[in-house]
Write a new protein. Structure first.
Length: 155
């Protein structure tokens, strides 16, 4: 018998080539998976920020439109803002708690107006107010709202 007939199995070079090809294919698949995970994660942050600013804007705009007087300032964990409106005075206090929830307290009863809010800044110029809502999601852009045309007149 010749020597070629007695050889069985793979040589070390063949095994190394196989492992190298398998490693390259695995790395390509893993990188594709990681790109997908990052895209989904970024999209989730954007959706969370949009939801937070949308929820906050619903009650804020209504209360600012109805308020007797609005002062410029920033609503955050250290600084709440108080608004009053209605013929039977209704007092509304906005604040941000330690969990980054925008809390709306109406006549002493607190409820979460929006989750995931870092701060709300209100600037007043004449009959117009500009509200900037900063979501807490990483990389999220602030939303700016313009409040005007109040039925009761200027602030």
């Amino acid at each position: 018998m010749t020597r070629a007939r007695h050889q069985r199995g793979y040589t070390i070079v063949e095994a190394l080539i196989g492992i190298t090809i398998l490693s390259i294919v695995t790395l390509v698949m893993a990188s594709t998976f990681l790109v997908g995970i990052r895209a989904i994660s970024n999209e989730a942050r954007i959706i969370a920020a949009d939801t937070a600013t949308g929820d906050a804007s619903l009650s804020l705009v209504r209360d600012l439109n109805s308020a007797v007087a609005v002062t410029a300032g920033t609503i955050n964990a250290a600084t709440p803002m108080t608004l009053t409106y209605g013929s039977a005075p209704t007092t509304v206090v906005y604040s941000v708690d330690g969990n980054r929830n925008l809390i709306r307290t109406v006549n002493g009863t607190a409820q979460v107006a929006a989750r995931g809010i870092t701060s709300v800044t209100i600037a007043v110029a004449g009959c117009y107010a500009t509200v900037t809502i900063q979501p807490s999601a990483v990389g999220a852009a602030a939303s700016t709202l313009n409040v005007s045309n109040r039925p009761a007149g200027c602030f």
